[in-house]
Design a protein around this ligand. Sequence first.
Ligand code: GRF
Length: 190
Amino acid sequence: MNIALFASGSGSNVKNIIDYFNQDLEVNVKLVISNKSAAGALIHAENSGIKTKVFSYHEINSIFPIIEVFKENDIELVVLAGFLLKIPAELIKEFNGDIINLHPSLLPKYGGKGMYGNNVHKAVIEAGESHTGITIHYVNEQYDEGEIIAQFSTAVSDNETTETLLGKIKTLEKDHFPATINKIIKQKSL
Ligand code: GRF
């Protein structure tokens, strides 16, 4: 199973996924795609000898360069790991249910446009939530609204800051995102 990761940021999740599947003979992280040439995610990929590609906003929206690169690399599953652009509807159709996203809240709470990174954690703390967490879900045409695959939660303490909450979320992501991707792949290959 060849997978492609999409990322715009520092790429801690890209690194976790690469490390998790490093010794796996059946799952191959084949490609890391970004819309930002300075994304840390690309450095993690290069350090592990994984092919990288940077596509502009326009290239992503025209979808053909992506489809081409997917064909060349025989990509069977796409994982969004901190990718900030909306995936075009045509690409979702083309990939028919095989695109997965990670969101740092318990969706449907704190999802949608503008809800990423610290914006999410700030909103959770300001609303006085007792719990938050991560959601792994399929991607559909609406931001953060696709079918939920798995959710994992953590408590929000009284003196929580966006920094401490970010740390808790990163831990959940490390503990559960690669393992959940693995589960999905194993179910697909049955
Ligand atoms: C993660 O918190 C993920 O939940 C969200 O974007 C963040 C990306 O972080 N979708 P990183 O670039 O993987 O460190």
